[in-house]
Design a binder for this molecule. Structure first.
Ligand SMILES: Cc1cc2nc3c(=O)[nH]c(=O)nc-3n(C[C@H](O)[C@H](O)[C@H](O)COP(=O)(O)OP(=O)(O)OC[C@H]3O[C@@H](n4cnc5c(N)ncnc54)[C@H](O)[C@@H]3O)c2cc1C
Length: 406
């Protein structure tokens, strides 16, 4: 019996292995991960780890002895390079070959590269792995003029930490608002005021034309409008894309991610995909369209679903997507997916720093973004999961107790 083989050693892979054992699966479980660390959490890399508040040991999803006690074999520094689905065999870069009964692809995503001359100069960073975070943290200690390209979650979290630690920070965002792909305009505007209020220079509708490099180091950035900015540390966060090449090469269907059904199975039922690299149908996205999500919750819940598929207790995936981001003193919690909303209603007062935005498509609630309103967020997840009816008027009226709608 070959058992379950997982490619990728991150959040989804770790959860899959943990859930298989918790579900009573006794066959071998083996993880092939290309990083040298044991599975670790990425969210603190752009938050507490940079501030030296989170240690490397605290990033670990489980200590080393947990994996051995659970008979979960973690092969580190091991890159899978090809899959033979007929032989049910994976080949790694070191020539080793591994057989499987079930194969789970949990290869995650990688940063979209910066296509500017000088992108590999000293002082230019992207943030994805612990190794990236270690190098960035070291460079950060002596940096004075920081430029962040990209006003998405990772760029803004990094910018908030940098500003809080007293560095001059400029954010360059091509769109006309922050986090535009994930949140509505009211949330974007509130976050613009938050960052600007802390003294960050936020430039919307702006692009970088060139990087100025001297003796191999970044020293400046020239914007599309000709403005020259000093820069001794540049961080870019301009989106991510799924690591799906290995799946495509063995003939599996791919879109933005590796295509799977509600049980996380590809068209080959012995091969599953989960987490950032997978694209699954979601009733919370345009009533059942395929969607690829990048979040801890998605990685964890898809891993639990895949574990049930493998261990025989099949249960279709049906979980409200949720996400969080921490920037300065604000925690933004997102429930559901707001893309395509036709109406947005504010509950509470943005000026107070605690409010939510309810998103409707027609008369249907599709998402809720909450700023420093954990109670609204938890209720929103329950409202969305239950498909509860709530009108825009009720959402905006603080006199309506949301609990009574559950
Ligand atoms: C800086 C940062 C901050 C984040 N903050 C948040 C947050 O606040 N909230 C939130 O919900 N989410 C956050 N995320 C996203 C979250 O971390 C990811 O969605 C989650 O880690 C996805 O889990 P995964 O297992 O799919 O991918 P990953 O955790 O990325 O793991 C994939 C692993 O597979 C490995 N791999 C790829 N190809 C191969 C191969 N061929 N062979 C072997 N190994 C391979 C990769 O090297 C990687 O180690 C953040 C991400 C980053 C980078």
């Amino acid at each position: 019996m070959s058992g379950t083989l997982v490619i990728g050693g991150g959040q989804a892979a770790a959860q899959l292995a943990i859930s298989l054992r918790a579900d009573g699966y006794v066959a071998p479980v083996r993880i092939l991960g290309q990083e040298v660390e044991l599975p670790y959490q990425r969210p603190p890399l752009s938050k507490g780890f940079l501030k030296q508040e989170t240690t490397e040991a605290q990033l670990e999803l489980r200590p080393a002895d947990f994996w051995s006690a659970q008979r979960i074999e973690i092969m580190r520094d091991m890159q899978a390079i090809s899959i033979d689905r007929d032989l049910k065999r994976v080949t790694c870069a070191d020539g080793s070959q591994w057989f499987y009964d079930h194969l789970v692809l949990a290869t995650g995503s990688r940063n979209r590269p910066l296509s500017l001359e000088g992108h590999n100069a000293d002082g230019v960073y992207a943030l994805r792995s612990l190794e990236d975070a270690r190098r960035l943290r070291e460079a950060f200690a002596s940096a004075r003029h920081i430029v962040v390209i990209g006003g998405g979650f990772i760029g803004l979290e990094f910018a908030a930490v940098a500003r809080k630690l007293g560095r001059a920070v400029t954010i360059i965002e091509m769109a006309d608002r922050l986090m535009a792909r994930a949140v509505g305009a009211q949330i974007s505007d509130w976050y613009l005021r938050l960052h600007a209020g802390h003294g960050t220079d936020v430039r919307l509708g702006s692009g970088v034309k060139a990087l100025e490099v001297k003796a191999g180091r970044i020293v400046g950035v020239t914007l599309a409008d000709g403005t020259a900015l000093p820069c001794d540390l540049l961080v870019y966060g301009i989106g991510a894309m799924a690591n799906l090449e290995i799946a495509r090469a063995c003939g599996l269907e791919t879109g933005a991610g590796i295509r799977v059904d509600a049980f996380m199975q590809s068209a080959d039922p012995q091969v599953l995909a989960i987490g950032d690299c997978a694209e699954a149908p979601s009733k919370y996205f345009h009533a059942g369209a395929f969607v690829r999500l990048e979040s801890v919750q998605n990685a964890v819940d898809q891993a639990k679903c895949a574990a049930r598929t493998i261990s025989g207790a099949r249960q279709a995936f049906d979980v409200v997507p949720w996400f969080w981001t921490d920037q300065f003193e604000a925690k933004l919690q997102i429930a559901g997916l707001s893309a395509g909303a036709s109406q947005q209603v504010i509950r509470g007062t943005p000026e107070s720093g605690r409010f939510s935005v309810f998103y409707f498509m027609g008369d249907k609630l599709i998402a809720v973004d909450s700023v420093n309103m954990a109670a609204d967020h938890l209720l929103a997840r329950r409202l969305l999961a239950g498909g509860r009816a709530i009108t825009p008027q009720q959402a905006g009226d603080l006199a309506t107790d949301l609990k009574t709608l559950l």
